[in-house]
Structure formats: structure tokens, C-alpha cells
Design a protein around this ligand. Structure first.
Ligand code: TNX
Length: 540
């Protein structure tokens, strides 16, 4: 409770009441978990984690997970829990991490909390990790009285088995007191609705140093997001070192919106970011936007322009004025080198080729270009992603179109056999202002308050788009108006948390009233983590 000492100074009466009698949390269904888990059953008792409890992992592949779990417990209490590699999954006073087959993919997990032990099991380390993040929320946020929201139906608790004395339960259902953590018993079975739950960070309009991106990654993983799409090149800046085309960064990376000094990731820094994300079970999706949004490249190499004249660097915020020369062969040598070098550093399955707002590329040229890029991307072993305009080209099964603006484009992509990443600007764009008073951001698509960001579903967006057409959901954060980590956090949080729930939870469990109460309970956690989130008066 290290960081919560102030709370007790502020609430002496609560402290007095709590000092007389230890409150035993026994109702697992009250935990304010986000995303909402699939199935929660209360056991009616409590498991005590103390100095003698150990984390016991059955498989060496779970060593890292055991360390992460011990770290979370250590951060939230005074406990230094030891870890051990042990195959007996029944021992008492243990938090067991077990590999166990399941029916719900690699991210599905099961958590069984009994009076004398608890078990987190999954088909592999990724699912165990998702379970650990749930456990982390249980002890960091605790419980909340969700009955006031009138949505208890949406929590599949087994009421019959609850024998808790309600009068003894205050609003926090998991108790931490120095060297003891009490966790309510019961069972959670959980798995994601969509296998792709992501956010995009535009590092081109303003450059964000690796340390900032890592901090953002830390925050994404709290809410089970598993993809981070980096928008690495646009008119205002080229942000990734390409060894075979060095001027892309020495010239193209030298500025940003407003004329600041810009910057770029060396290949070493990019690899390090990819590894950092992978440690947290987040896959990086690199994007090089083309044939439009390419002024930084066109300023770096004259040959990429149809007239052979290098463009001036651009530090404004207009879009749609630049294009690679689609009928020059050097353009495809360039694209091939870029896709090859980036793909070699990117273990994830996707390469995003942009393709949006190419307003000065003739449509037949655009189609020809996207078709050729698609072949290049495939030749380097990657699946092509692109903004919804790519549906004009020859898409087929395996390609991914990112629905941001046009349902006609999205439907055309589906008709051609592609699947969709759902990012409608009116709901998902994290760079949209919350309301007319928000200092940061834009408003061309909408004002998006916290409830607006939550109150929609990918499957009901468009009649022509069915569940099977959808790969997942992604929330883009464009960076024309933002320059710091504080700015990123202000626009992303808490809207992104709602998107994370839409991506993970059962559509039947999505209810603003219920989510509202859980999100409210996450405020103190975000405060403690120092996240500069928007304190919407619709929530806090
Ligand atoms: C549209 S979204 C764009 C971006 C801008 C964004 C600002 C998309 C595919 N293109 O170039 O940054 O609006 O909200």
C-alpha cells in the first residue's frame, strides 16, 4: 500500500473502522475488471497471499511470467514473493501457473482461486500473461459496488454459491495490508472477442522518442491490447532508418509539424522497441504510408518524383498533396528495399502500406501501385494492411483493409475477400477532441466523449460487415497537435480503455452503466501510475 498512505491521512474515519476488524473480501464478481471478463463465479471465501506464498510455475516457458507476477505483487504490497519451478500444481499456499489446453485460443485463460491456493492456466505464456494482468487489476483496483448500475445480469456470477456477509464488504473487494493480500475465491474464465486489439501512434507528424513509446506500451498492456501500429512515415517526417536509402532519415527525418527537429528510430532502437513490446505480448505493426503522404521521402530523393525534382520539407498539416511516381521502376526498388529492411526487423505478421488520401495519384495509377506493393509485401512474408482506400486494388483473402472513413470501401474490401480492421474515425480516432473545449486534437470527424467512444460495436457499424469479416479493432492517434507523453495520455485515456473492452469482452457484456462504474474505480490506479488522463465529468 506504499503509495496509498495519503489516502489514509485523508480518510481517518475509514481507517478507524477498518482497524477494528479485517474486512474479508469474498465476492469475486465485484472486482472492477476492464475488459469485462467472460465468466466470473464467486466462491464465497478468500485466499491469503502472505510472505510464505510462492509462485510456482510448471514449465520453464513461464519463468518470465512468474517474475512479472511477483513484480506486480511487490509493487502493490510489501511482499517479496518467491518463484519456483515446480510441477505439482496442487500444493497449498501457492499461485500456480500451469500450461493447460483450452478452447478459446492462445489468449484465453482460466483463474481458479481457492481458499488454500490459486491457479492461472492457459495454453501458453500469452494466455497466462493475460490472466496475470487480470490478477494485477484485481489487487490494484479491487471491487466496486456494481449493483447500483442495475446490470448485475451481465456478470455471470453463480449467486447460489456466494456465502459472503454483505455487511462486512466495503467498496473494495480485494484487501492489501502491508504483507498480506486477500483475494476473493472463485473462478474466472476469459478470452478475447477479437484477436486484434490495437492502437496506432503517429510518430511522423511529431516524433516520439523510444522511451515515450515504451511508456505507452506499458499502459496498453494493462488493458490487454495486443497490437501497436506505428505510423512511421508521412509528409512531415520519415522515422525509421533504412540502410539502403540513408537520406530518408538524414533529410526526411530532420523536421516535424511546426518545424521542430524531428528525429527517427535507428534500426537498433526499432528492434529494441519490437522486443520491448513482445515481452509484454504486444506485436508491432509498422506502417510506411504510400503512394500519398510521402513528402518526406520525396524531399530526400529527387528520383522518386515524376519530375525528378526533390520536394521541400513540409511542416504544415495539410494532407493529400504528395505522391510517389507510380510509373518509375525506381519507385518499386525503393519500396522493395524499405519493405525488406523493415520486415526483417519485424517478427509480427503485418506490414501496413498506408494507401490513404492519395488525392494526387490517378486512380488507375493508384490501383497499379497498390497491386505491386501487395506483391512486394507478400514476397517478404508479410500480410498487407492498408487504409480502406486500398479496396480499389486487387485485394483477396489474407489482405486487411483498415476501415477508417468509408463504408463503401470497407464493403468492397469484404466483397473481394479481405478482412477488416475496424477504426471508424467518429468512434475510434483518439486525436478527436472530447468536446469543443479540449485544447489538443482535431474535430473534423466528431467530438468524442468517453461514453461516445464506448457506445458502439464493430458488428453493428454497417449492414454489409459481418462478425467474420472483422479481424479486430484499432484506435489511431494522429499527432498533428500532440508533442509529449502527457499529450498522448490525455487523448488516449480513458477512451482507449473503452476500446480495449469492446475488443476483448463479450458483446453481451458491453453496457455503459456497468462500464462507467468500473472505469470510475480505475481512476485511482491511473492516478497512481501518473497517467495524465482526461477526467471526464461523465465519469469522475
Ligand atoms: C486523416 S486517417 C488521415 C491522417 C490525419 C488524420 C487526422 C487517415 C487514414 N488519414 O493523415 O492525420 O485524418 O485526424
Amino acid at each position: 500500500m506504499k503509495n496509498l498512505s495519503l489516502l489514509f491521512v485523508a480518510l481517518p474515519i475509514v481507517l478507524l473502522v477498518c482497524a477494528c476488524k479485517e474486512t474479508v473480501p469474498t465476492d469475486l464478481t465485484r472486482n472492477a475488471l476492464i475488459p469485462h471478463p467472460r465468466e466470473v463465479t464467486a466462491g464465497g471465501e478468500a485466499f491469503r497471499i502472505s510472505g510464505r506464498t510462492r509462485i510456482s510455475y510448471q514449465d520453464p516457458a513461464l519463468t518470465k511470467n512468474a517474475g512479472i507476477l511477483a513484480g506486480i505483487i511487490g509493487e502493490l504490497s510489501d511482499l517479496e514473493v518467491e518463484t519456483e519451478n515446480f510441477s505439482d500444481g496442487t500444493k497449498r499456499n501457492r499461485i500456480h501457473l500451469l500450461i493447460e489446453a483450452g478452447d478459446h485460443g492462445l489468449e484465453g485463460y482460466r483463474m481458479r482461486i481457492e481458499k488454500r491456493r490459486m491457479v492461472i492456466s492457459a495454453p501458453g505464456p500469452e494466455g497466462i500473461y493475460r490472466g496475470i494482468t487480470t490478477f494485477g487489476q484485481m489487487i490494484a483496483v479491487g471491487g466496486v459496488d456494481l449493483s447500483s448500475s442495475g446490470n448485475d445480469d451481465s456478470i455471470s456470477g453463480n449467486d447460489d454459491s456466494i456465502s459472503s456477509n454483505d455487511a462486512s464488504i466495503s467498496s473494495n473487494d480485494v484487501r492489501i495490508s502491508g504483507n498480506n493480500i486477500l483475494v476473493p475465491t472463485g473462478e474466472i474464465r476469459d478470452w478475447p472477442e477479437y484477436s486484434y486489439r490495437g492502437t496506432m501512434l503517429d510518430v511522423s507528424r511529431h516524433f516520439f522518442a523510444p522511451g515515450i513509446v515504451k511508456r505507452y506500451i506499458d499502459q496498453l498492456t494493462l488493458y490487454k491490447l495486443n497490437y501497436l501500429h506505428l505510423h512511421l512515415a508521412d509528409d512531415q517526417g520519415w522515422r525509421i532508418e533504412i540502410k539502403s536509402w540513408p537520406k530518408l532519415t538524414s533529410i526526411g527525418g530532420s523536421t516535424e509539424v511546426g518545424g521542430g527537429e524531428g528525429g527517427f528510430y535507428t534500426q537498433e532502437e526499432y528492434r529494441d522497441l519490437v522486443a520491448y513490446a513482445a515481452e509484454r505480448y504486444i506485436t508491432i505493426v509498422p506502417e510506411i504510408d504510400m503512394p500519398g503522404h510521402t513528402n518526406a521521402a520525396l524531399a530526400s530523393y529527387a528520383d522518386l518524383n515524376c519530375d525528378g525534382v526533390a520536394r521541400e520539407l513540409y511542416t504544415g498539416t495539410r494532407v493529400g498533396f504528395s505522391t510517389l511516381c507510380t510509373d518509375k521502376e525506381i519507385t518499386y526498388r525503393f519500396v522493395n528495399d524499405v519493405v525488406r529492411e523493415i520486415s526483417e526487423m519485424t517478427p509480427g505478421p503485418y506490414f501496413h502500406m498506408g494507401g490513404d488520401e492519395s488525392h494526387v495519384t490517378e486512380l488507375p495509377d493508384y490501383i497499379y501501385f497498390v497491386n505491386r506493393v501487395r506483391e512486394i509485401v507478400r514476397s517478404h512474408g508479410k500480410t498487407m494492411m492498408g487504409w480502406d482506400e486500398i479496396s480499389h486494388a486487387d485485394l483477396s483473402e489474407g489482405d486487411i483493409a483498415q476501415y477508417w472513413a468509408s463504408s463503401a470501401n470497407a464493403e468492397r474490401a469484404v466483397e473481394k475477400g479481405a478482412r477488416l480492421l475496424i477504426s471508424p474515425a467518429q468512434k475510434c480516432y483518439l486525436d478527436m477532441k472530447y468536446d469543443s473545449t479540449t485544447a489538443l486534437g482535431l474535430n473534423w470527424a466528431a467530438y468524442i466523449e468517453v461514453d461516445d467512444a464506448y457506445n458502439w460495436q464493430p458488428v453493428t457499424l454497417d449492414e454489409g460487415i459481418g462478425r467474420d469479416d472483422i479481424l479486430g479493432i484499432e484506435s489511431p492517434l494522429w499527432a498533428e497537435t500532440i508533442e509529449t507523453l502527457d499529450d498522448i495520455e490525455y487523448l488516449a485515456f480513458p477512451r482507449l480503455i473503452g476500446h480495449a473492452e469492446i475488443g476483448w469482452s463479450s458483446p453481451l457484456d458491453l453496457s455503459w452503466e456497468n462500464y462507467h462504474d468500473r472505469l470510475q474505480a480505475h481512476g485511482p490506479l491511473l492516478d497512481r501510475l501518473g497517467v495524465n488522463y482526461y477526467r471526464s465529468d461523465r465519469v469522475w
